[in-house]
Design a protein around this ligand. Sequence first.
Ligand SMILES: Nc1ncnc2c1ncn2[C@@H]1O[C@H](COP(=O)(O)OP(=O)(O)OP(=O)(O)O)[C@@H](O)[C@H]1O
Ligand SMILES: Cc1ncc(C[n+]2csc(CCOP(=O)(O)O)c2C)c(N)n1
Ligand SMILES: [Mg+2]
Ligand SMILES: [Mg+2]
Ligand SMILES: [Mg+2]
Length: 322
Amino acid sequence: MKGTVGELGEFGLIRELTSRLTTTPAVRIGPGDDAAVVAAPDRRVVATTDILVEGRHFRRDWSTAYDVGRKAAAQNLADIAAMGAVPTALLLGLVVPAECPVTWPTELMDGLRDECQVAGAAVVGGDVVGGDTITVSVTALGDLRGQEPVTRAGARPGDLVAVIGWLGWSAAGFAVLSRGFRSPRAFVEAHRRPEPPYHAGPAAAGLGASAMCDVSDGLIADLGHIAEASKVRIDIRSAQIDIPSQMNDIGQAVGVDPLQWVLTGGEDHAIVATFPPDVKLPARWKVIGEVLHPSALPQVTVDGAPWTSSGGWDHFGGEIEG
Ligand SMILES: Nc1ncnc2c1ncn2[C@@H]1O[C@H](COP(=O)(O)OP(=O)(O)OP(=O)(O)O)[C@@H](O)[C@H]1O
Ligand SMILES: Cc1ncc(C[n+]2csc(CCOP(=O)(O)O)c2C)c(N)n1
Ligand SMILES: [Mg+2]
Ligand SMILES: [Mg+2]
Ligand SMILES: [Mg+2]
């Protein structure tokens, strides 16, 4: 498609964006009216929102618009899954400069649409606004299907900590891209397009998870959110976390201990949950630690000791304690 967003105009752009969408049976009224109508069989709606800002969350020379769309959808759909819910719908708020080629927002929408399809959801609406910095604000909705939500506040001393999904891959990819490289591809791709294990959220709820969170800021930081909300301490056993040999190789090449990526790299949107100790976990879940009573130690420790370097991502540079 030729031309810029400014040449197409607001309503032309909306037409282009919405014409690319697919729907699901849950979508009773999609884009085009004052609001969408989405079925909520559970009679409770799970809702979440996250923003991506160019230069802060993505770079147009590192990621295609399609990648950004996949990622923006994934990080929101992962939050729905991390409550134990099934994603149903997604809304896109887009700030875009008039000079931007139309293909950028249209490919973004293709990415959002396709990631929604992976999770069983659909894009049902949004807004477009002119502005200086591309900003992608996504809101996702989900359905609990009769299960209770799994919050960050339910972890109890004695529970196991288990994780499913990728850890440290996006951070390793980011390290590669930051140094001007484009390979190893698997890690760069993991940074561009995370693959959250959506199905695992509702499955964990069914298995009796006591607390759950997706890993957006880093394992230590996000377990810190569970520890804080649950008023417990969590110890991670580093020997139980596999580090792929290729990640070790990149670590060697760039002079970073890959354990740092695994423990503090965000953006993979793995799902971490706590379970009562007698749980029968499918093998895809890896037990990586345990929940303990609070003590004088930091709320999250690694092999019983404080983690002394940065614990994860903070947008304003605040220290996340290990
Ligand atoms: N501006 C805000 N207004 C109201 N609530 C907010 C605001 N920012 C964050 N929150 C709430 O604070 C909680 C934590 O937000 P946070 O964004 O850290 O979680 P997250 O979306 O799971 O993580 P991430 O953004 O790293 O993916 C969420 O319940 C969120 O809704
Ligand atoms: C260009 C560029 N610079 C830095 C990063 C790294 N980064 C940005 S946000 C975030 C954590 C989660 O954020 P949020 O809390 O907003 O979900 C991380 C690890 C990136 N992806 N792109
Ligand atoms: Mg958020
Ligand atoms: Mg989250
Ligand atoms: Mg965050």
